[in-house]
Design a protein around this ligand. Structure first.
Ligand code: PMP
Ligand code: GLN
Length: 379
């Protein structure tokens, strides 16, 4: 068949994880923990399976889970979404992003995103016939040039996609960014898709700034979260999104024919977890800060230059003192010759990316990080 996505291959995450496996390299490429999530969560999953909760969940998500999400959101962001109208449980954040983009973007609509950007946005926009306008952010701070942003707005602009804490740059937005965004789009009918899957992995003293804490913006926004990141269970693929009723109604039209509903026993287990240990996710910044700092310290003395890491479980490193290779070739060489797999930054950008940056995932056991750092220090 004639491809609808002719320029798209297999994702860099699949490619690099496969290469890592093939060469038995330490895999710091695809973002996933090499340790398990809470035992209690696993026990509750087994319990619900044994108790027979094995049929379809409600289309919008198991009620107990939506209630727990509403409470958690209220406690964190001072805004309690409506359990029935605003919260939709999805098959990971990936499905929420896809459903939101498909529901909001019509053929010819313009969508603004910030490069480097997570790889699932562009294909979803393309399949909806949208036109992606990318604003290139520059290392090391990857700050938004708001004049450039305003200059891109037109009557065709329909959606802005943002991500904080940001994969892959490991930078975060502050509430002031949301204020500027609101001022820029208030007079236009523009929606916001806020990918906040790393909301609990934020090291910035001001904490995570959610679009849900902004009273005006949240009326136009879809906020996306993922239990995969929060409970170290990326394979469970349960996420959710929060949006006002008019937007939720539209994205549910997509969700109901994309997956209809999400894994029932996993949703029940997550509801139990949120109720039994409501503070679990509050330990995450400290948990990941320890790993980040251990890794940074273990890399000292090497020639990689590390960029600031304000959030996510990714660390960026500049390798220009080590090699003149482009970043894709460097990551292949690093995996096959030096036994550490990483992700090249240029794959997240549409324009040529002139920097020599790689992304290293530190959601790993201390022993894994030490072993990887030993190899990286010798480059
Ligand atoms: N958005 C970003 C920025 C991510 O990094 C990821 C996954 N790592 C996702 C969305 C997808 O999350 P999920 O695995 O829950 O689909
Ligand atoms: N989001 C993960 C990352 O950035 C990968 C998810 C995937 O493999 N699709 O590494």
């Amino acid at each position: 068949p004639q491809s609808k996505l002719p320029n798209l291959g297999t994702t860099i995450f699949s490619q690099m994880s496969a290469l890592a496996q093939q060469h038995q390299a330490i895999n710091l490429s695809q973002g996933f923990p090499d340790f398990d999530g809470p035992r209690y969560l696993q026990e509750r999953l087994a319990h619900h399976v044994a108790a027979g909760a094995n049929q379809y969940a409600p289309m919008t998500g198991v009620l107990a889970l939506r209630q727990a999400i509403a409470e958690k959101t209220g406690a964190l962001y001072g805004y309690s979404p409506d359990v029935d109208d605003d919260i939709t449980v999805t098959a990971g954040a990936t499905e929420a992003l896809y459903a939101a983009i498909t529901a909001l973007v019509r053929p010819g609509d313009e969508v603004i995103c910030f490069d480097p950007s997570y790889d699932s946005y562009a294909p979803a926009v393309a399949l909806s016939g949208g036109v992606l306008k990318r604003i290139a952010l520059q290392p090391p701070h990857f700050g938004v040039d708001w004049d450039a942003f305003k200059a891109l707005l037109s009557d065709k602009t329909r959606l802005v996609i943002l991500n904080t804490p940001h994969n892959p740059s490991a930078t975060v937005w502050h509430s002031a960014n949301f204020d500027v965004l609101w001022q820029a789009i208030a007079e236009r009918e523009i929606y916001v898709l806020s990918d906040e899957v790393y909301e609990h992995i934020c090291f910035d003293p001001q904490g995570h700034a959610s679009v849900l804490a902004h009273p005006q913006l949240r009326e136009r926004a879809v906020a996306v979260s993922s239990f995969g990141k929060t409970y170290h269970m990326t394979g469970w693929k349960v996420g959710y999104c929060i949006a006002p009723p008019m937007i939720s109604a539209e994205l549910r039209k997509v969700h109901q024919y994309l997956t209809f509903a999400v894994n029932t026993p996993a949703q029940l287990a997550l509801a139990d977890m949120l109720r039994a240990e409501p503070d679990h996710y509050r330990q995450l910044p400290e948990f990941y800060r320890e790993r980040r700092d251990l890794f940074i310290n273990a890399l000292k003395g090497g020639r990689l230059e590390l960029l600031p890491c304000e959030g996510t479980y990714f660390l960026l490193a500049d390798y220009s003192a080590i090699s003149g290779l482009d970043d894709v070739s460097f990551c292949q060489w690093l995996t096959t010759e030096k036994g550490v797999a990483a992700i090249p930054l240029s794959v997240f950008c549409a324009d040529p990316f002139p920097h020599k940056l790689i992304r290293l995932c530190f959601a790993k056991q201390p022993s894994t990080l030490q072993a990887a750092a030993e190899r990286l220090r010798c480059l």
